[in-house]
Design a protein around this ligand. Structure first.
Ligand code: NAD
Length: 348
């Protein structure tokens, strides 16, 4: 029997509630589809930092390398400097493991009320470049306490970085509805993002069968709200993809609905799967957090590992559960976090 060994990192806040529920769904689907899941849980994150002065042990990345995938919640606590969680955990894993694709799908959930007027079916994927761009954290603060203080962050876009994520997006479009919309702001960021445009356009020429369209970030935010059905694969930079995917969550009906994968397509390193939102300290500890995005992330993980039928089974069970009205508070319902996992398991 095939076995997948998963590193489980719940992180902080609601991660400690939604990750165990998502893992319960994983175990149930594995049993049904005759494969085995083993795991170890690591208590890393901002809570770990408060006790140990670091987000993960020195050999933490080395430890993660021994697993087939990482099933992650989110990191960050109000009592910890919020410039640290991304730098010291999330970006560390994404960059060291070359997880250069952040795969963030957006779709309609049956039975979930959306904030948009359109009744049309929405189904697109944001492919966010995940290792460079605006989030390389190369910069400095100069005399921050003085009246001449300044802060500088540099964005870095490399040909290699743009090409590889573009190839991923165009190949993905071929498996979907054959359209890539790439989103930049090259009319104002005339060096970095016009270079991005140029390289994407070169790669697009290698996929003549895929429709290729370019949009500016300002227009795209309006289009996400006014005509989200026009998108298939949205290819964008690290910062823009981060922002657009929260908007994608809102378009679905809640941030809690979005699943994602930080993917190393070559499988040289484990990939990491997490919901699109943060640790939501405002609702932590109440068993009311919406776990659908975390459960969806488990399906994305199984698809990446090659268990496509099990992944589809989870998605069908999610749809049945929302259609039956098993909805958490953020969706206007009264189901608890564990009620949702129970319903998904029943519907597998
Ligand atoms: P957040 O996504 O945690 O929360 C934003 C709002 O959405 C809150 O009102 C929250 O209650 C709600 N929400 C989020 N997920 C929900 C869910 N599953 N069910 C119901 N409601 C949900 O964003 P924030 O408040 O800006 O950040 C909180 C902390 O999370 C910060 O420390 C931040 O740095 C961290 N963060 C971590 C990651 C990550 O680890 N990848 C990502 C984003 C934010």
């Amino acid at each position: 029997m095939k076995n997948y060994n998963i590193a489980v990192v719940p992180g902080d806040g609601i991660g400690n509630e939604i990750v165990p529920e998502g893992y319960r769904v994983l175990e149930a689907v594995a049993e049904k589809h005759s494969f085995n899941i083993t795991s170890e849980t690591f208590d890393w994150g901002a809570g770990y930092y408060l006790k140990n002065g670091k987000f993960l042990p020195e050999d933490g990345l080395e430890t993660l390398k021994g697993y087939d995938a990482v099933y992650f919640g989110s990191v960050g606590l109000p009592e910890v400097d919020d410039t640290l969680p991304a730098k010291d955990y999330t970006f560390k894993v994404r960059t060291n493991f070359d997880q250069y694709v952040n795969y963030r799908p957006v779709r309609t959930y049956p039975g979930v009320q959306r904030p948009l007027r359109t009744e049309k079916h929405i189904d697109f994927v944001i492919v966010r470049e995940n290792t460079e761009g605006e989030f390389v954290q190369v910069g400095s603060q100069y005399l921050p306490d003085s009246e001449n203080g300044m802060g500088i962050d540099t964005s870095i876009f490399t040909r290699k970085g743009i090409e590889r994520v573009a190839h991923y997006a165009f190949k993905l479009a071929r498996k979907r509805r054959n359209k890539v919309t790439h989103i930049t702001k090259s009319n104002t960021l005339i060096n970095s993002l016009s270079y991005w445009d140029r390289v994407i356009t070169e790669i697009a020429a290698q996929y003549p069968d895929v429709e290729h369209d370019q949009m500016y970030i300002d227009n795209s935010t309006a289009s996400f709200v006014l005509k989200p059905e026009v998108f298939d694969v949205v290819l964008t930079t690290n910062l823009f993809g981060d922002i657009l995917s929260d908007l994608g969550g809102a378009v679905m009906g809640s941030l809690g609905l979005g699943g994602s994968g930080n993917i190393n397509p070559e499988k040289d390193f484990p990939s990491m799967f997490e919901p699109i939102h943060g640790s939501a300290p405002d609702i932590a500890g109440q068993n009311i957090a919406n776990p659908y995005g975390q459960i969806w992330s488990a399906a994305i993980m199984l698809e990446h590992l090659g268990e496509v039928e099990a992944a589809n089974n989870i998605m069908e069970a999610i749809d049945k559960s929302t259609a039956e009205g098993v909805l958490t508070k953020d969706l206007g319902g009264s189901a608890s976090t564990s009620d949702v996992a129970d319903a998904v398991i029943k519907n597998l």
